[in-house]
Design a protein around this ligand. Structure first.
Ligand SMILES: [Ca+2]
Ligand SMILES: [Ca+2]
Ligand SMILES: [Ca+2]
Ligand SMILES: [Ca+2]
Length: 488
């Protein structure tokens, strides 16, 4: 981080002495159109001043955080980890090129702020859980049958070998019931969790090997923990129960091994019996270099992920043995990163993620697909706070189908550049917000809204629906944040 900032500084001095603003903008534009997956940031640990966020709550005093004055109605615990921590805690390695280009745009003149729809539900509360290592970053949240919430992710960091899997279960009010860590500090990943009749099943990796852990529901005690060396640096991202046991998807032979998101590996499927023993495994189709989500529809599996180079969304339908029915890809002529999938109540498939195709900088990109792989509609949307769209990342990490046949997606929105802009009083582009978008079954945007405290960064990492008709969002605010959204 510090290295990048000094590069920035030097570049800015050089640039401010040479180019005009309009030239800078066109340079920036070119750079943006060619940037790759590394664009979602750098982050890391350095500037987290989180004080006592553990298991504390803040109540919203007034729901008017829609379009202005943002901060006043939330008293998040964060102090100022600005720039450090939006969604990606990603450890992408190729940022320098990109940052160089973008630094040139840092002097772009402010754009006019504009209002977004902003008519979504208020949030009810935010609570948080910390791990034993520096910071904690969640990748998955799940509403349990007893109406509690589980988050899975890591505490610590991959790039300095301090990461441990962190799993935290709360009650319906977000109060901690138990938390567990797995692995010695090192290269460990906590990726997802599902519920089965007699436990919770957590997936991820320990020491660069695929890992599945079954936990007691009541106290989180380990029932069994299995690791499989599926090949090179491998991990499991997600798992589904079938009549024969469990089927997990993920990747093997990751090239970008410290990247939690797109690892540049080979998509892989693992078949596991109900005791956690691997019965077989195989590579996914060559069009899928990273398997990210798997769901079952009757006698089929639906698997989503990313194509090689994270160029497009990838989607596969197989039978329960993993034999392919079809594989399809979706996207435009630039990067399209698929991280989110869910199945709607009419057995359609929702995919979401973020795109550089046909937009000025990463925007949300959501589509509905029928059971035969035909795209029914797609929508791109971003920059809800009305900053200069050249600089604003809108990065989707999860979605859930809703009972009305539509879906809700969760993203982070903010800028990652030297650029900074203030809109409507206090809203700064540098400060990342949780961003929710609600779609109808037909793809109409019914509402979108951002959520944020008065300092620090919030990015939405994962979402699930709650029994009261609202939602729970896993927020990356350097701890496991639990953000309760009112019924909608
Ligand atoms: Ca391995
Ligand atoms: Ca593409
Ligand atoms: Ca954007
Ligand atoms: Ca900035």
């Amino acid at each position: 981080m510090k290295y990048f900032f000094s590069v920035f500084t030097v570049l800015l001095i050089v640039i401010s002495c040479s180019g005009s603003e309009s030239d800078d903008s066109s340079i920036l534009s070119e750079n943006l159109s060619s940037q790759d997956s590394s664009s979602n940031e750098t982050s890391s640990s350095e500037e987290n001043n989180q004080s006592d966020a553990s298991e504390t709550a803040t109540n919203q005093s007034d729901g008017n955080q829609t379009e202005n004055s943002g901060a006043n109605d939330t008293q998040g615990n964060q102090s100022e980890n600005s720039e450090s921590n939006n969604e990606s805690q990603a450890n992408q390695s190729e940022n320098s090129e990109q940052e160089e280009g973008l630094g040139k745009g840092g002097s772009s003149s402010p754009s006019k702020c504009s209002n977004f729809i902003g008519k979504g539900p208020d949030f009810e509360w935010i609570k948080s859980v910390e791990g034993s290592q520096e910071e904690a970053h969640a990748h998955f949240i799940f509403t349990t049958n007893d109406n509690g919430y589980i988050q899975v992710g890591e505490t610590g960091f991959l790039d300095n070998n301090t990461a441990k899997i962190l799993v935290a279960k709360t009650n319906s009010q977000g109060d901690l019931i138990w938390k567990k860590e797995f692995g010695d500090p090192g290269h460990n990943l906590g990726n997802s969790v599902i519920e089965v009749s007699d436990g919770y099943i957590v997936t991820g990796a320990l020491n660069k090997n695929s890992t599945v852990i079954k936990l007691e529901k009541s106290n989180g005690d380990q029932k069994w923990l299995k690791t499989y060396d599926n090949g090179g640096n491998d991990a499991i991202e997600h798992i589904v129960e079938t009549p024969d046991g469990l089927v997990a998807v993920g990747y093997i032979n990751a090239v970008d091994e410290n990247n939690t998101f797109y690892t540049e590996g080979t998509g892989y499927i693992t078949f596991i019996d109900s005791e956690g023993n691997k019965t077989s495994g195989k590579n996914l189709d060559t069009k899928m270099s990273h398997g990210y989500r798997v769901y079952r529809i009757n006698d089929n599996l639906i698997i989503s992920g990313l194509t090689p180079g994270a160029e497009d969304y990838a989607l596969m339908k197989t039978n329960l043995s993993g034999d392919q029915v079809w594989v399809k890809t979706y996207g435009g002529d630039n990067m399209d990163h698929c991280f989110a999938m869910d199945i709607s109540n009419d057995n359609s498939i929702y995919l979401s993620g973020h795109t550089l195709s046909g937009v000025q900088n990463w925007d949300s990109y959501t589509m509905k697909i029928d059971i035969d792989g035909n795209k029914l509609w797609e929508k791109k949307r971003g920059n809800p706070r009305g900053f200069n769209p050249l600089y604003i990342h809108d990065e989707v990490w999860d979605l859930k189908a809703t009972p009305d046949g539509g879906c809700i997606i969760v993203a982070g929105t903010g800028d990652e550049y030297e650029y900074s802009e203030t809109c409507e009083g206090s809203d700064k582009s540098d400060q990342w917000h949780v961003y929710l978008i609600k779609f109808s079954a037909d793809g109409d945007i019914q509402w979108d809204k951002t959520y944020y405290p008065d300092a620090g960064d919030w990015a939405g990492e994962a979402i699930d629906l709650t029994s009261d008709g609202g939602a729970i969002v896993a927020v990356d605010n350097s701890v496991f944040g639990y953000l309760k959204i009112a019924p909608f």
